[in-house]
Design a protein around this ligand. Structure first.
Ligand SMILES: *Cc1c(COP(=O)(O)O)cnc(C)c1O
Length: 356
């Protein structure tokens, strides 16, 4: 039986994505070969890549003056590639938690970093708003959704400098005005596909802005633009699954429909967290992510931790254990998480309240 999956990443994927990818693993089209075996230079795979890119462009309304790339290395490699390619003297970063901090640490290897806003003062329980963006930096980097702390910015900022966003965990969960960004990137495994492939949306003019320093071939954005994501062997099966996810998002009504469902799921779960005397939320209202919802015990109830996780497990609910830095619980309600999944969790919380 399929479980109610609330894993933070890799995430739950839509059934048609799993079914079609499983079929392609056995045989891609009528090629007599698996997607795992077929040459990435073959017509069959080129068609997969082309469809993934064009669906991404369509679903997210990516303007023509942007390149769409799929590569390996995860979002974590992007943390280093961004400053390596674009940090000449100084870059601005917003610090909203673990992933931002990792990005900041990599940037410091290549130049000066100005942290222009941070929510560290309140343990990253809110998203800083209204901060002033300097105009003398090479770029501004933000993390649009903080997977671990559960805060999210729902706004596409107006920045006087190239704006770069790590959208690993909220991509495809709402319409985005891509034209406000110089670059958007992320690991696919939070909302767009399986682990092992990284998406990069990068404005054409950024390629001319690559720093005049030694950058290894694989870590230069121009390499992947010129190679059309095939400079080296791409993660073929992962890209296939991304294509299937995009097909599913489109069939479901696109990112607008995804946003509506995301709001519905988050509101339903937050309402129960607020109502249930056993639990409480950790994130301030107005900053609450629709994708990652952390919650902790009401005071004095902490001893129930293991009992509740076991209680959820027998109800086929998995992936609730909070990140080790926050404790408690985190329900990740990505695109493929259904209203029924959330209803099952809410019911579980209510039944547990009656039981203890
Ligand atoms: C998971 C995550 C990362 C790290 O992604 P990898 O692909 O594992 O390197 C970076 N940023 C955010 C916001 C994430 O959620």
């Amino acid at each position: 039986m399929r479980k109610h999956i609330f894993n933070a990443g890799p995430c739950k994927l839509a059934d048609p994505c799993l079914e079609n990818t499983a079929k392609a693993v056995l045989e891609l089209n009528n090629s007599g070969q698996s997607i795992l075996e077929v040459s990435h230079r073959s017509k069959d795979f080129q068609a997969v890549m082309d469809e993934a890119v064009s669906l991404f462009r369509e679903v997210l309304s990516i303007p023509d003056n942007y390149h769409v790339l799929f590569m390996g290395g995860g979002a974590s490699t992007q943390f280093a590639m961004i400053p390596m390619n674009f940090l000449k003297t100084k870059a601005a970063y917003v610090n909203t938690g673990t992933w931002s901090k990792k990005a900041i640490d990599e940037a410091k290897l290549f130049g000066n970093v100005e942290v222009i806003a941070s929510s560290q003062d309140k343990n990253y329980t809110y998203y800083p708003k209204g901060f002033k963006i300097p105009s003398d930096v090479d770029y501004l980097h933000i993390t649009s959704n903080n997977t671990i702390r559960g805060t999210e910015i729902f706004e596409d900022l107006n920045a006087p400098v190239p704006l770069i966003a790590d959208m690993s965990s909220d991509i495809l969960s709402r319409p985005v005005d891509v034209s406000k960004y110089a670059m958007i990137y992320g690991g696919a495994q939070k909302n767009m596909g399986p682990a092992g492939v990284t998406f990069v949306i990068i404005r054409n003019d950024m390629i001319e802005k690559i720093a005049d320093r030694v950058v290894p071939t694989m870590l230069r954005y121009s390499t992947h633009v010129e190679g059309e994501s095939m400079y080296n062997t791409p993660p073929c099966v992962n890209i296939f699954a991304v294509k299937e996810t995009l097909k599913w998002v489109k069939a479901m009504g696109g990112v607008k429909a995804m946003e509506k469902l995301a709001k519905e799921r988050a509101e339903m779960l937050y309402a129960e967290i607020e109502r249930n005397p056993l639990f409480r939320p950790t994130v301030e209202e107005g900053s609450r992510s629709r994708m990652n919802i952390p919650f902790i015990w009401a005071e004095g109830k902490e001893d129930l931790q293991e009992k509740f996780l076991d209680f959820a497990k027998v109800r086929n609910i998995v992936g609730l254990k909070g990140h080790r830095s926050v404790g408690g619980f985190r329900a990740s309600t990505y695109n493929a998480c259904t209203i029924d999944d959330v209803k099952a969790l809410v019911k579980c919380m209510q039944d547990f309240e009656k039981e203890v």
